[in-house]
Design a protein around this ligand. Structure first.
Ligand code: ZN
Length: 66
């Protein structure tokens, strides 16, 4: 299984989009639980890291100008 590396401040592109349609999320806090914020509607979500990793399509380090 591939290990996904990311840290606070990175942007994650998810396989499954948020209900608002956005699939890019910013990492606020990375631990065993990860807090991410939707870049479109600014809602924050806390997800178990293992669960989250399965849903990551791409990691953009530093948030790509966001
Ligand atoms: Zn959203």
């Amino acid at each position: 299984m591939k290990i996904v590396r990311f840290s606070a401040g990175d942007t994650l592109i998810m396989k499954k989009p948020h209900p608002c349609g956005e699939n890019r999320f910013k990492v606020v806090r990375a631990g065993s639980d990860v807090r991410i914020i939707c870049l479109k509607c600014s809602r924050d979500v806390t997800v178990e890291r293992l669960k989250l990793e399965k849903n990551i399509k791409q990691v953009i380090e530093g948030g790509a100008g966001q």
